[in-house]
Design a protein around this ligand. Structure first.
Ligand SMILES: C[S@@+](CC[C@H](N)C(=O)[O-])C[C@H]1O[C@@H](n2cnc3c(N)ncnc32)[C@H](O)[C@@H]1O
Length: 209
């Protein structure tokens, strides 16, 4: 009976990790040796929200939260994961974390999720940590851009595509670790006026009409 339960559980775990529904991007943790550089790239400060999209076993989010508590920062951390087995691991690890009050675990799909429900703060000035396959990057960034216009992206190993960065993103800062870490800022100040309206307004002012 014990063997049956063991093999059934193993079968379910293998199924979840190989399924396109439960794990569209395979689980690979960020390299442990790069953790100090990743945390440095996040540049933790008070009143920030750091979201790991596809948090895996939480190697990055838990280390960043540990550093924040050492520095007595109130930074909030959100681990988003679609794989239910990894969600269970994240909840177990959170239980024993010294900074657990500032860590949230969310079961959701990074391609479709609504970021407004994650934080009471306006979803501006968020930091997204990504370690995802390059062919899913555009889809993920598009979902973020639909909901907020001021955010930072720290991407492990893979740079954002030229198509994504050509408007509104700063040039990447690349940090060299075992793998590269790319840091981008996205900021658009939306104007209520078109360029020609602004030019016309300025002309009116100068002619006094
Ligand atoms: C390459 S791993 C990165 C894990 C972790 N961020 C790290 O750096 O160690 C990608 C993770 O994304 C998760 N994932 C894949 N598709 C997802 C989706 N649509 N929404 C949320 N998480 C997803 C996978 O289950 C996996 O844990």
């Amino acid at each position: 009976m014990g063997f049956l339960i063991f093999f059934l559980t193993l079968g379910i775990i293998i199924f979840i990790f190989s399924s396109k529904t439960f794990s569209p991007i395979p689980y690979f943790p960020s390299q442990k040796v790069d953790l100090p550089l990743i945390v440095k790239a996040l540049n933790l400060k008070n009143d920030q929200v750091v979201i790991d999209l596809g948090a895996g076993d939480g190697i990055v989010i838990f280390e960043a939260a540990r550093m924040a508590s050492q520095k007595k920062l109130n930074t909030k951390f959100i681990a988003v994961e679609i794989n239910p087995v990894l969600i269970l691991v994240l909840h177990l690890r959170r239980l024993f974390h010294p900074n657990r009050k500032n860590i949230k675990i969310i079961l959701d799909d990074m391609f479709k999720m609504n970021f407004n429900r994650l934080t009471r703060k306006p979803v501006n000035s968020l930091i997204f940590y990504l370690y995802i396959s390059p062919w899913y990057m555009d889809k993920t960034i598009s979902n973020i851009k639909r909901q907020t216009n001021k955010f930072k992206v720290v991407s492990y190993m893979y740079p954002l595509s030229i198509k994504t960065t050509k408007s509104s993103f700063s040039k990447a800062t690349a940090i060299r670790g075992k793998n590269q870490i790319f840091v981008y800022l996205h900021a658009i100040t939306t104007s209520r006026y078109t360029t020609s309206e602004v030019v016309r307004g300025a002309q009116k002012q100068s002619t006094g009409k």
